[in-house]
Structure formats: structure tokens, C-alpha cells
Write a protein that binds this ligand. Structure first.
Ligand code: TIU
Length: 220
């Protein structure tokens, strides 16, 4: 067993049962002209986690450990897009509309693809998800169970939306989740801070948090 110094107490895992999960490191969230900017967000707030996630991906790969990527996106025919989601926020450019990186948040378009720093390798799992929760409408749980993965090191954007939602849903399914404090960002720094506090409160009600160097010290 490996033990990592974490909050609210030590995080233990077996190296054979761990995976790095990188949530929605897509152009649509990180670059101008995408979904996040269409909602009026300040993209600068989510840039700091990018090099941290890239370094963790590199360390996991070098250690021969699995790296899993998610992308929030919808089918080109919008059959998996609830009208409520399309209309939410009343943006000028809605999901499915054409933008500078192709149709907003549509699978296969340039904007829904990953940023170059966090690009999946060919053999790595990419989970295309229509919701904020990575389990909803996907085979994520089946994939993890088949490979006996029980421990998830969670990174990505945004902390209080897809990251927290996925961590809570993973926790309910019995996974032990460690959220990387500098490997996640929000468009709202105060929401990131409150999420980091909320998940570890009450004795780790949702899981653990730690800085990336605690994990890298072990892997590198
Ligand atoms: N808007 C926002 O903060 N997030 C999302 O819509 N999706 C993710 O968190 N990936």
C-alpha cells in the first residue's frame, strides 16, 4: 500500500487499483471562442491547473499507470442535449451553434477536443459525457469495475461543476477519490476554495485533497 499525506488524513491506495482522471481539459473550456467564454467566464482563472495536470499525466504514463480523460460534449444531432441545458444562461451562442472552433460543445468539433497540453494518448480511455457527472450516460463505471480500479486521482475543470459532481458520484459508487488542489480550477476562485473545503469536511465526506507534489514525490 502507498500512503500519501493528504487532507483530512492520509490517503492510502494500492498501485494496481489507481487511475488519474482528467476532467474536461477541452478547448471549449480553456480557449477563447468556446462554450465557457460563451457563458461570460474569465478563462484566465482556469489556466494555472493546466501545467500541473500535464505533469501528472506525464508521471502516471512513465509509471505505467492509467490516465483517463473526460470531455463534456453532445451528439451532432443534439439528441442528448436537454432543451433546458441549451437555453440555460441565455448565451448569445448556444450549444450546437457555430463558433470560431466549430459547433459549440459538439463531439468531433475542434472546440470539443482537448487542449494540446492535455491531449490523450491513443490507448487511453476518453469518456464523452453529456452531463456534468462522468457516470451519467457513459460506461465509465463499467470500465473502472472491469479493471478493478478503486482509487481515483481527480483533476480538471471546473472544480465546483464537473469535477465536484464527478467526485461525489464516484464516492457514492464506492471509489476513494483524491482531488488534486493545484490540479483543478474554477472560473470562480471562491467556489474552488469552498469546494476543496466541502469535500474534506466531516471526516472526508466526499474524499481527500492534496497538492500535486505529494503525488509526484511518490511517482517521479
Ligand atoms: N460552466 C462550468 O463551470 N463548467 C461546465 O459547464 N462544465 C465543466 O465543469 N466541465
Amino acid at each position: 500500500m502507498v500512503t500519501i499525506d493528504a487532507v483530512p488524513f492520509a490517503y492510502e491506495f494500492d498501485i494496481d487499483h489507481i487511475a488519474l482522471v482528467c476532467i474536461d481539459m477541452q478547448r471549449d473550456f480553456c480557449l477563447p471562442g468556446g462554450f465557457a467564454e460563451s457563458l461570460g467566464n474569465n478563462l484566465g482563472n482556469i489556466q494555472p491547473c493546466i501545467p500541473v495536470i500535464a505533469r501528472l499525466q506525464d508521471a502516471f504514463r512513465k509509471a505505467g499507470l492509467p490516465v483517463i480523460h473526460t470531455k463534456e460534449c453532445h451528439r451532432p444531432d443534439l439528441s442528448d442535449l436537454p432543451t433546458a441545458k441549451r437555453n440555460r444562461g441565455n448565451p448569445k451562442i448556444k450549444i450546437g451553434d457555430p463558433g470560431p472552433m466549430g459547433r459549440i460543445l459538439i463531439d468531433g468539433e475542434e472546440g470539443s477536443d482537448f487542449i494540446p497540453q492535455c491531449m490523450p494518448l491513443e490507448h487511453e480511455l476518453v469518456v464523452a459525457k453529456p452531463g456534468k457527472d462522468t457516470f451519467y450516460g457513459t460506461d465509465f463505471h463499467a470500465y473502472l469495475m472491469k479493471r478493478n480500479i478503486t482509487n481515483l486521482i481527480i483533476t480538471g475543470v471546473t472544480t465546483e461543476v464537473c469535477v465536484q459532481t464527478t467526485m461525489r458520484c464516484a464516492n457514492d459508487r464506492g471509489y476513494d477519490c483524491l482531488l488534486v488542489e493545484d490540479g483543478t480550477d474554477s472560473f470562480f476562485p471562491e467556489f474552488k476554495e469552498s469546494t476543496l473545503k466541502a469535500v474534506v469536511a466531516q471526516g472526508g465526506i466526499v474524499g481527500w485533497t492534496c497538492m500535486s507534489h505529494k503525488i509526484l514525490e511518490y511517482l517521479e
